[in-house]
Design a protein around this ligand. Sequence first.
Ligand SMILES: *Cc1c(COP(=O)(O)O)cnc(C)c1O
Length: 354
Amino acid sequence: MNNTALKIQVEKIKVSKIDQVDFDNLSFGSVFSDHMLVCDYKNGSWEAPKIVPYQPISLDPSAKIFHYGQSIFEGMKAYKDENDEIFLFRPLDNCRRLNISAKRMAMPELPEEFFMEGLTALLELDKDWIPRNAGSSLYIRPFMFASGTGFHASPANQYKFIIATAPSGSYFAGKVKVLIEEKYSRSANGGVGYAKAGGNYAGQFYPTQLAVEKGYNQVIWTDDNTHENIEEAGAMNIFVRIGDTLITGPTSDRILDGITRKSILEIAKDEGIATEVRKITVSELVEAAKKGTLKEMFGAGTAAVVSPIATFGYRDTDYDLPELENSYASRLKKRITDIQYNRAEDPFGWRFKV
Ligand SMILES: *Cc1c(COP(=O)(O)O)cnc(C)c1O
C-alpha cells in the first residue's frame, strides 16, 4: 500500500542488526527490529509520524506515565507467505480499539491514517525482519503513553505513540494448567477491563504469581461481583466446549473485545459448529467436568492464537480435560492461521495485504 497522503520522515539505521538474529530460534518479543515509528502529541494535536532507528527514549521523571499510569497498547502480527508477500489480520480493528482504550484513559485519539500508514511504512522498511518459518511472525506492538510532565494528578498534555516490532516464534508450548480465581479480580463493572491499559496487566501479575506457586500456569478470572462466572483466561478470552457447543462469555466492561475471539466465533459458525455467547458459570463447568461433557477449554488471543487448557483447578480440586483428536481448538487454530498466512481463502475479508 503506497499512500502519499501522509508525509513520514524516515531516518534509517546506519548498520542493520539483522545479522545478529537467529531466525530459527526466536523466542517471543525479545529481539527488536531496526526501526520504530514515533509520533508526538503536543499543543492539542498529533505531529507527523517519523520512522527512526529502534532506540531508548528519554523522559522527564515527572512524566505522567510513571505516576498516573496513562498507558495503553495493542498487539498484532505481520505474516509472510511463501512468496514473501506480507499480510496483516484485521488491522483496522486494532486501530479502533486503541482509540477506545485512549478515550477511557483520557488520552487523545490517534487518526486512523497515522496508524495505518505509519504501520505499513514501517513494515515496508523492516520487511526482512518478518520471519518466514512456520508459526513465526513479526509481533507488532503499537503503544501510547503520557510523556507530559507534572505531579498534578490530571491527564498529561503531551503523549507519545510508538510502534515497535519484534520477530517472534510461537508464544506458548504445550497445554496449560489454570486456576479459577475467586479472591482477586482483573476488572470490575465501570472499570477499565475492556481497555488494553498497561495497569490491567500489572494488577494481574501478583495473583498469577500466587497461582504459579501452587503449580498452575495461569489464572481464570471470574466476575468481580459474584466470582461465579468465568470471564477471561489470563490476558486471553476464554472458550469452553460443553458437548458439541462452543461457548464464550459476552464482552462487557470487564471482558476485552478480542479480535481472535470474534474471529473464532465467526469461523466456528462457518464450520457448522454450534456457538453460544453467554455467561458461563463455574458450577456449570464443574458439573460438566464431572459428567464428562466438558470436552475443551482454550484461551484465544493474538500472541498464542489458541492456547488449549489441560486442567483447571477450582477450590482444592483439579479437573482434567480429555485429550481429543480433531479438537475444536486445533481445527479453529488451523483455519485462522491459514487465513493469516495466506494459505487458504479468506471468505471473511480479514486479510490485509501490505
Ligand atoms: C489483548 C487481550 C485479549 C486478546 O485480544 P486479541 O485482539 O484477540 O489479541 C484478550 N483479553 C485481554 C485482557 C487482552 O488484553
